[in-house]
Design a protein around this ligand. Structure first.
Ligand code: FES
Ligand code: FES
Length: 184
């Protein structure tokens, strides 16, 4: 008998458990969109280049098009459908709305999931490629526009809404860089 090419698995997404049978080659992105009808997570390039499919896996951001669904079993996955607190938008969602951090909106779910993780990574003191002083005693760097642009650089926006996206991330992070005067 040939080996099976599919498996039963249980995915934990936005606090709900979903049991499904998937071909082993199914990506997490396709499982979310095609099997669970969670179409908020977008497919752009389907090869890890654009960030449109960014979700949170155990609180860390990752592109769902490069992860196999079977490898996500036992992890807690959060998609854009799960970031709000009931009717109350997540502060990053609210900042994107308030500051027009979108045009067509296709990249927005990935931008928001990524921004949520960026803010947490920064608060935890993680340096980025543009952080000047990475010594632990230097503390977390200021979340400048340069830092935000670098940390969000994996999320492309074909509409070019980068100025507003940067301001929205800064507003949500409370860094005081979210004003209209912030440098792009
Ligand atoms: S669709 Fe996953 S990175 Fe582009
Ligand atoms: S808002 Fe259109 S791709 Fe970013």
């Amino acid at each position: 008998m040939p080996p099976s090419t599919s498996s039963d698995l249980t995915l934990s997404v936005n606090g709900e458990k979903y049991t499904l049978t998937v071909d082993h080659r199914t990506t997490l992105l396709d499982a979310l969109r095609e099997r669970l009808d969670l179409t908020g997570t977008k497919k752009g390039c389907d090869q890890g280049q654009c960030g449109a499919c960014t979700v949170l896996v155990d609180g860390r951001r990752g592109v769902a098009c490069l992860q196999l669904a079977v490898a996500a079993e036992g992890r807690e996955i959060t998609t854009i459908e799960g970031v709000a607190d009931g009717e109350r938008l997540h502060p990053v969602q609210q900042a994107f709305l308030d500051l027009d951090g979108l045009q067509c909106g296709y990249c927005t779910p990935g931008q928001i999931c990524s921004a949520i993780a960026v803010i947490e990574e920064h608060a935890a003191g993680w340096p980025s490629a543009v952080t000047g002083d990475v010594r632990p005693e230097a503390g977390p760097p200021a979340l400048t526009p340069e830092e935000i642009r670098e940390r969000m650089s994996g999320n492309l926006c074909r509409c070019g809404a980068y100025v507003s996206i940067m301001q929205a991330v800064a507003r949500a992070a409370g860094s005081g860089q979210g004003s209209e005067g912030a440098a792009a």
